[in-house]
Unconditional design. Structure first.
Length: 583
């Protein structure tokens, strides 16, 4: 679809490639625990007690199977069960194409795995919550909206340390989550079946289930926060914009999210040049009716995709987040935030990491080289740092500064912004994690969840013992800000700075998260802008003219035709050469 989404997938799966988070079990605690027995609308359910002491229920269905006649329809209610349901095992992932992130499980890239019966929730809660009413935090996983699953995340520590109930939702991804075709709209049995954003409808159904059942787990259905990172943050944005999600949540946290969307015409292949639009898929399948499309085995559906852009086996390029006029408005997604009348205007936290792009560039042969087959080192550290910093700034300008300013202009001022700056990774021989990754995409997740597990075997070098106390202190601080926001919409932490609203000062204010040895948590003033971006890039002496042009070309690939690219190109390349101080 676009380089931004594809790069996001690459980063998520790169982390997962080394990660032991996938399929994590709870060791000797993986036994049904009587204290966890609860009753939901479908029947009785029993979970387990995790090693840390949290209560957990896994793979609890919130909707029916989406296979067969339910494929590419709005999710149907989950059927009940006559006997007590034992919810101690993670459910199958939603059907998807594997990539190199699956190789640690012995699964080759390019295979179709998972199930169309996958709409389940994992729930984490403190013990003894039967008669309590705790804030609920619903996590939406990342993966470029083409990959990922709930068991990649363990919310035990977050639930226990912050006294909240955490729900992790699975949803349809890739071609099964976003697919626009006139035959499907014509076969709609219910109004919502005419959508193209079926994954968005899944998440709405999950929130509906939470509203109806979370009280049984000690959660307050009138105090629900949605939060997600990367494409999970993108999906938080879609829920904010969807009229169908109104009233189902009360706060929102967008971590490294984006506001992009495509039109129905682009998704179908009637306009633009997106790879794998629905018309091309249907033509390759020889299918023209809804029944024919729904009868195609999932393996054949993915086999009909053009995989030339399956870069290194990492990701499949398909349309997603479609302005279908049903789940989402037919206007550009960002436009919905211009007025409090056109989106679900709840309090919002939104932020990015300082070095988002370093996670992606660390795996690019043109940017890095390997020593001894596995140690990754930048080919040109100055260019590596500059390119990552400028593209990371562009991410922030588009996803934080532009969107927050738009909301403020439309009358919505309950917006809190942050930047995550922790970059104290260690070294492995000549591989410097601080230089290679910095504060990279997704590095805020371990701090929010309170689990320093992110790169698997490499974690002992990324999260060294010498930084443990500082990391844990920062993690507790972030957890408290997130949980206090979930409680009342006002992020706060005792002994830490007051987090101002983004528009509280003239040029925007945000909270910078870092450990005490690097300045600690502090308030920073000053929104970034395209004008500042152009000014700094023109004058940055770390790069030569050829490298400056490469950065601008990368900007073009990320902006895929937006007018902002013309401003950057003309400002950087069409003006006199760089002058002034070093960037």
């Amino acid at each position: 679809m676009n380089r931004e989404a594809n790069a996001e997938v690459w980063g998520v799966v790169m982390a997962a490639r080394f990660s032991r988070l996938i399929g994590r079990s709870s060791g000797n605690s993986d036994l049904a625990a009587p204290a966890t027995e609860r009753t939901v609308h479908q029947g009785d359910v029993i979970g387990l007690v995790t090693d840390g002491g949290a209560h957990s229920w896994r793979a609890v269905p919130y909707a029916a199977s989406t296979a067969g006649p339910n494929r590419w329809r709005a999710p149907r209610p989950a059927p009940g069960w006559p006997d007590r349901r034992v919810a101690i095992e993670f459910g199958p992932r939603c059907a998807q194409l594997t990539n190199q992130g699956d190789q640690d499980e012995g699964i080759e890239p390019g295979l179709v795995v998972g199930s169309e019966d996958c709409l389940t929730l994992d729930i984490y809660a403190p013990p003894d919550t039967r008669h309590r009413s705790l804030p609920v935090m619903v996590w939406i996983h990342g993966g470029g909206n083409v990959w990922g699953r709930s068991c990649q995340y363990d919310a035990s520590n977050l639930a226990l340390s912050q006294d909240v109930v955490v729900v992790i939702a699975q949803y349809r991804v890739g071609l099964l989550g976003w697919f626009a075709h006139p035959a499907l709209r014509e076969s709609a049995r219910e109004p919502d079946d005419a959508a193209a954003c079926f994954a968005t409808l899944d998440l709405i159904a999950a929130l509906g289930w939470v509203a109806d059942n979370i009280a049984s787990f000690g959660g307050d259905p009138d105090c629900v926060t949605i939060f997600g990172e990367s494409s999970g943050g993108h999906n938080v944005v879609t829920l904010l914009a969807s009229p169908l999600a109104a009233g189902l949540f009360h706060r929102a946290i967008i971590q490294s999210g984006v506001f992009d969307s495509v039109t129905l015409a682009e998704a179908e292949g009637r306009d633009g040049n997106l790879l794998n639009p629905s018309a091309a898929i249907a033509e390759r399948l020889g299918a023209s009716t809804a029944d024919e499309l729904r009868a195609v085995p999932v393996e054949q559906l993915y086999a009909a995709c053009d995989t030339e852009n399956l870069s290194g086996g990492w990701f499949l390029d398909v349309p997603r987040v479609i302005r279908d006029g049903v789940a989402l408005p037919s206007t550009p997604l960002l436009d919905a935030f211009a007025s409090t009348d056109t989106f679900n205007a709840v309090p919002i936290i939104m932020g990015t990491t300082r070095d988002e792009m370093k996670l992606f560039y660390a795996g690019q042969d043109e940017m890095t080289r390997k020593r001894f087959g596995s140690l990754v080192i930048a080919r040109d550290q100055d260019f590596y740092d500059a390119k990552a910093r400028y593209l990371s700034r562009l991410w922030r300008i588009q996803s934080i500064d532009a969107s927050a300013a738009l909301m403020a202009a439309g009358g919505h001022h309950d917006v809190f912004a942050y930047r995550f700056d922790w970059d104290d990774g260690g070294r492995l021989l000549g591989m410097d994690f601080k230089q290679l990754f910095g504060a990279a995409h997704g590095f805020d997740i371990p701090f929010v969840f309170g689990r320093f597990e992110h790169l698997g075997d490499a974690d002992r070098f990324l999260f060294q013992r010498r930084t443990r106390k500082d990391r844990e202190r920062l993690s507790r601080t972030m957890g408290r800000y997130w949980a206090s926001f979930a409680r009342d919409g006002k992020p706060s932490c005792p002994g830490q700075p007051t987090w101002p609203r983004y528009g509280a000062r003239d040029e925007g204010s945000y909270l910078l998260f870092d450990t005490d040895n690097d300045g600690g948590v502090r308030v920073v003033d000053g929104a970034d802008s395209v004008e500042r971006y152009v000014h700094d890039l023109r004058r940055d002496r770390r790069v030569d003219e050829h490298q400056r042009r490469l950065i601008v070309e990368e900007t073009d690939r990320w902006m895929f035709g937006r007018p902002i690219y013309d401003d950057i190109k003309s400002g950087v390349l069409d003006e006199p050469g760089p002058t002034g101080p070093t960037g």
